[in-house]
Design a protein around this ligand. Sequence first.
Ligand code: ADP
Length: 426
Amino acid sequence: MKKILLGCIADDFTGATDLANNLVRAGMRVVQTIGVPTQPLQAEVDAVVVSLKSRTIAPAQACVQSVAALQWLKAQGAQQIYFKYCSTFDSTPKGNIGPVTDALMAALHTDFTIATPAFPDAGRTVFKGYLFVGAVLLHESGMQDHPLTPMTDPNLVRVLAAQTRHEVGLIDHIVVAQGEAAIRARIAALRAEGVAIAVVDAVSNADLLRLGAALSDMPLVTAGSGVAIGLPANFGIAPNAQASRLPPTTGLQAIVSGSCSRATNGQVAAFRAAGLPAVALDPLRLKQGAQAVDQVVNDTLALCQTHLAEGPVLVYSTAEPEALKSIQDQLGVQAAGQLVEHTLAGIAVGLVRLGVGQLIVAGGETSGAVVQALGMTQLQIGAQIDPGVPWCAGNTALSDNALHITLKSGNFGTPDFFTKAFHFIA
Ligand code: ADP
């Protein structure tokens, strides 16, 4: 197997997909793994994104997992390491961005790195070290009320300094605007002052591309997914159609939707309005225990089986806010969520056993449950269907062929996503 070029460590699953998607669009062939792989890579690629669930776990644990990922990536030949965190810099004064950065720097024996969550395409810009979300500062964006990682200070130099044992400095937009040579000179000056981590301003993709060129020999880069657009060029890679090529599609088509977000409700409504076959799940039937769940799974699969040969079939628990609230009142929010996720995952497994080879999953948590139930540990990243949502392909023990799967966050995608996505890979 050819050595990989770029090794990435992401602190959550959907963030990993976001990064992988940007790398593919910039021309790299990418596999996303769920956790540190225990099997060889399933495809020859330029970059691997190891997705962890380390954003809000104890800092020591996040460091151990991230260093394990680093060691695996180095063993695959990675020339540069990319630590990916959220574009809203989600963290607490204890971490985990600072501690993980420190641990990765130590493991790589490097004394300098950068930090920037800038992703202008998604409205995240950094100016004078201050993070903006759209037109407002981070602490006015709603992130100040986040249940796990409330962000009350938009000044990233201060935020990061509180989390790391290293000195933190700034490469501001005036330097970034001057290009690679100026950025490199500023890095040398900061280093001479004893600064080890530089927050970098970026307000446009042009800024990220200029920054990318200046990072060609930096062993460790820490960033949101934005900086990724400027790195493949350092390896002589330009955007190309091959990067998103997946194995040929096989099998039947189905959609499993456990998201109740507004966009998904619209997508379910559009699919039904087109007269296409859709099976609704009644969460209240699930509360009678394991036997009832099995019964619902079997009944649903039997209904699907009558339509699958004709085209895509939708199974959905998706409900409008009022209906959702009524179910949650009766079952409890957590219990309802877990029951529905578990049931939809069982249905996804059954669908693949029935010959489904192309599967859309709607909902972030639902996607996690489905991927786990299918036993998928590696996803090769294909073309983007809508911003942030690519087709992927991966092996599962349930099928001899690669399964094509797309994992759609609740609020992503146009109303016709459930039909459009299949035309995309036809
Ligand atoms: P999103 O990406 O839209 O947030 P998720 O899958 O992450 O979607 O979260 C949706 C949650 O709501 C899941 O835990 C899912 O099991 C739960 N859920 C889905 N449909 C229903 C329903 N009808 N009643 C109660 N809970 C539901």
